[in-house]
Design a protein around this ligand. Structure first.
Ligand code: G6P
Length: 612
């Protein structure tokens, strides 16, 4: 987590740094700060959001054309002004910003204290900057060299940027485990945790790799070395996203914009891959691994958060459509479980950001044991796609709202295409039925467009239940993961406690919670084991629970039992997760707004979780 921005060039750094921080605020927002080098290193930092920093800096001198800036998500030390980044070294000649965790910071700190260093914050970052200073002083080496030597002593993850009073035209940056992108302008350099602060100025970027140290020097070529001191040639790539994709486009919040983008994002995920008229699917990104996937002993999906829920839908899709065995694992559990895995297994890692630390570590573990790793990611060029053997980008476009919406449906779209492609290869679905399934998938964005119009009823439901303390979400089969995701959306942004459950499991516990104050959301389309779900609804009704049901258009039966119904168009069962999750995203949004919550930046959360 944490967002890093830095600039060096002919322009004023301050506005570029602030705008960049605002774009990166989704990565963390409990404190923010910056340093501008202009004679000395002028540091400003404060608790709170980037807007608080702007207010704090308002009447101060910010001129200068080189600077580093940071928005924080606390790991070591509470979020306050002292722990906010940047941090000075003891002599105040160096200033650093850092994203990640230095795991051996306490032993390094002890040694430095022994050597006379004093610490003002509770952070691991202050240890790193003093270690660099100590090396520079004792070994009389350049800043770049001191950074390189220091990083050889560090265990953990870092993305760092450092300024030095003695090298006023240089930024030294390095990464391991936390992302860093360098933007190359005409006569300036930009540095950031992702490309969003850079895209406005240049499309030419270099993604720094693990254990690489970059020197960004005014009027000089970019220099990159690894921490073993090997000189490397920077690989310049062109960015794909546009600036307008990063703005709110008339919506009050990014989350709502992203919810409404779903017909478009799903179409983009399918573009060039789904050929409904020809009855084929082509997945260029994994074409060389299709046979491996088809004959895998096991397919294991690993992911975290919402991406894990997409993985659960994937399990139903792969087994139901392609008859392929799938296990779905939390990456954080998988990596520490000593899993039995070898070269006959295929791992599919799902991640919106492509930077989630647990997912990355799980990939590395599976790779070491010989498994084939495929990725499903949204952010092009991020760490996970680079760590996998092959993969498919979701093409949902940048997702800024911390609660994932369009990335989820795009991930499910890709998993649907993969399951259908495996079925095509296996030939286990009659051609006419296969053609019908593809046509239905192609038509899904139209269905979503239609169902996005039911705002009235969702707002009414939100109003009625905005003050409750608990919600229950129930679904069966394909819709069990939808229940989990619906509950997650609500708790993430409204802070109402919500639980998702398989509807039939309700009787083994959650039913004890049901009384006249408990809203229960059922995902109850007229497909699969509909009658069984209706029985579960009756069980809640009998205990006076309040029933909100997502139903197929025209379902008069449930309408008579439920307190509220939200209709979705009739479609094939395997497409319902995508269709049904959208009203649940909207319900969470409206409840959160009525409760006065910050939907785009919910408390304690971050979009990209680069710590374990
Ligand atoms: C964070 C985000 C979630 C996301 C999860 C996994 O917790 O707030 O929205 O689902 O990380 O992130 P990934 O980028 O790997 O999908």
């Amino acid at each position: 987590m944490c967002g890093i921005v830095a600039y060096i060039g002919p322009r004023e750094a301050y506005p570029i740094l602030i705008k960049g921080l605002q774009r990166l605020e989704y990565r963390g927002y409990d404190s923010a700060g910056l340093v501008i080098a202009n004679g000395g290193l002028n540091m400003y930092k404060t608790k709170g959001k980037v807007s608080d920093l702007v207010e704090y800096v308002k009447d101060q001198k910010t001129s200068g054309s080189i600077g580093i800036a940071h928005t924080r998500w606390a790991t070591h030390g509470e979020p306050n002004q002292t722990n906010a980044h940047p941090h000075y070294s003891q002599s105040r000649k160096l200033a650093i910003i850092h994203n990640g965790i230095i795991e051996n910071y306490s032993s390094l700190k002890e040694e430095l204290i022994h050597r006379g260093y004093e610490f003002h914050s509770d952070t691991d970052t202050e240890v790193l900057v003093n270690l660099i200073e100590d090396i520079q002083t004792n070994e009389k080496v350049s800043l770049e060299e001191a950074v390189r030597i220091a990083l050889n002593q560090v265990i953990g993850a870092y993305a760092i940027a450092i300024l030095s009073v003695d090298s006023p035209d240089t930024i030294v940056a390095a990464r391991k485990g936390s992302p860093l992108v360098i933007g190359i302008g005409k006569d300036d350099y930009f540095l950031a945790s992702d490309a969003t602060p850079i895209i406005e100025y240049t499309k030419n970027v270099v993604y720094l790799e693990d254990e690489e140290v970059a020197v960004l020097k005014r009027n000089e070529e970019l220099k990159i070395r690894n921490i073993k001191n090997k000189e490397l040639t920077p690989y310049i790539q062109e960015l794909e996203w546009n600036l307008h994709e990063l703005e709110k486009g008339g919506y009050e919040h990014f989350m709502m914009k992203e919810i409404y983008e779903q017909p478009r994002s799903i179409r983009d995920s399918m573009r060039g891959r789904l050929h409904a008229q020809e009855g084929t699917i082509s997945l260029g990104g994994i074409i060389d691994y299709e046979q491996k996937l088809l004959h895998a002993r096991r397919v294991i999906i690993i992911a975290c958060g919402t991406s894990w829920h997409a993985g659960l839908v994937g399990e139903y899709l792969f087994e139901d459509i392609a008859r392929v065995t799938v296990e779905v694992e939390y990456a954080s559990e998988f990596r520490y479980r000593n899993p039995i895995i070898d070269e006959d297994d295929v791992v599919i890692a799902i991640s919106q950001s492509g930077e989630t630390a647990d997912t990355l570590a799980a990939i590395e573990l599976a790779k070491q044991r010989g498994a084939t790793i495929l990725g499903i990611c949204n952010v092009v060029g991020s760490s996970i796609p680079r760590a996998t053997h092959a993969g498919i980008y979701t093409h949902a476009g940048p997702e800024i709202g911390v609660a994932s919406t369009k990335a989820f449906t795009a991930q499910v779209t890709i998993l649907t295409l993969m399951a259908l492609r495996l079925a095509e290869l296996k030939g286990n679905i009659p051609k006419s039925r296969f053609m019908h399934l593809l046509a239905e998938l192609e038509n899904l964005p139209n269905h979503i467009e239609k169902s996005l119009n039911n705002r009235g009823i969702i707002q009414e439901i939100a109003k009625r239940f905005q003050d409750v303390s608990n919600f229950l979400y129930l679904g069966r089969g394909y819709n069990f993961p939808v229940a989990l995701e619906g509950a997650l959306k609500l708790k993430e942004i409204s802070y109402i406690h919500a639980e998702g459950y398989p509807a039939a499991e309700m009787k083994h516990g959650p039913i004890a919670l049901i009384d006249e104050n408990m809203p229960v959301v059922f995902i109850a389309p007229k497909k699969g084991i509909y009658e069984k779900v209706v029985s579960n609804i009756q069980e809640v009704k009998a205990r006076n629970g309040k029933i909100i049901a997502i139903v197929t258009e025209g379902d008069e039966h449930i309408k008579k039992i439920a307190d509220y119904v939200i209709e979705i168009p009739e479609t094939e069962e395997f497409l319902i997760p995508m269709l049904a999750s959208i009203p649940l995203q909207k319900l969470a949004y409206h409840v959160a707004i009525l409760r006065g919550c910050n939907v785009d930046q919910p408390r304690n959360l971050a979009k990209s979780v680069t710590v374990e």
